[in-house]
Design a protein around this ligand. Structure first.
Ligand SMILES: [Zn+2]
Length: 255
């Protein structure tokens, strides 16, 4: 057994015994890890109550063979997740991000870019932020990094540009928008308003996640109707990718 160090976000904590917890973490270096933290529930000790849901920690663990739990030996808190007081929308959004990290990734499959995107989204949600947009941007980044990002501009079947006017055919199974020629015979096609497709395309753009743009001014924010429909379309697509509806999805704010 070798001892490893990592920076990780706490995704799930389950009480294991009076003093110990089983913790699911998403680490920058090793991807998702599940570990036993003996003594984690004591206030003093090697964990110093750092293993809090959504906390960012530096951890030390002993690597186990494939199926066994890792043995966490140390955790140092870097940053606790604290949304603005009473901001339930931000809290639920952060829980949703943790759920997606857990459900979309495999154990020991590192995605440092995804880790950075999650850390950035959580840091943004801890401040006053357009919660719905932060969540959409994170989801689209995660889908892109994991190879599930739908095609928003060109027909996913033939590659021809699809005009974004009126309502646009989005094929969930096909994984993108469909032109009039390719639409017939496709399953799970929904008609999505052009504004929603444009918003999803814009939020999928690389380099559009800088802090200044995260805090875009109110007039740059989409109207609540477009946001609501976008939330529904992406929620359905993510449920399709996962094979079920994420538990936290219904708690997400439409704004
Ligand atoms: Zn086509």
């Amino acid at each position: 057994m070798s001892s490893e160090k990592a920076t990780a976000i706490v995704l799930r904590v389950v009480e294991f015994s009076e003093t110990s917890s089983v913790v699911t973490l998403f680490s920058r270096e090793f991807g998702k890890l599940r570990g036993l933290a003996k003594g984690a529930r004591r206030l003093k000790g090697p964990f110093e109550s750092a293993l809090d849901l959504l906390a960012l920690c530096r951890i030390v663990f002993l690597r186990k063979s494939s199926d066994a739990l890792e043995l966490l030996t140390e955790a140092k808190l870097e940053r606790r997740f604290r949304p603005a007081k009473g901001d339930l929308a931000a809290l639920y959004a952060a829980y949703y991000i943790a759920e997606l990290l857990d459900e979309l990734t495999l154990d020991h499959d590192p995605h440092p870019d995804l880790f950075d995107a999650a850390e950035h989204a959580l840091a943004t949600l801890a401040e006053p932020a357009p919660v719905a947009v932060v969540v959409l941007r994170f989801e689209l980044t995660a889908l892109k990094l994991l190879g599930h990002l739908p095609q928003w501009n060109q027909c996913v079947e033939c590659g021809r540009p699809v005009p974004t006017v009126g309502r646009v055919a989005f094929g969930q199974l096909a994984g993108g928008v469909l032109c009039a020629n390719c639409r017939p015979g496709q399953k799970q096609v929904v008609a999505v308003s052009a504004a929603v497709v444009q918003l999803l395309a814009r939020l999928s753009e690389p380099g559009d996640g800088t802090p200044s743009q995260q805090h875009s001014s109110k007039d740059e924010l989409p109207d609540s109707r477009t946001l609501g429909e976008t939330r529904a379309v992406l929620g359905r697509y993510i449920s399709h990718v996962l094979g079920h509806v994420p538990k936290m999805h219904r708690y997400l704010a439409g704004r």
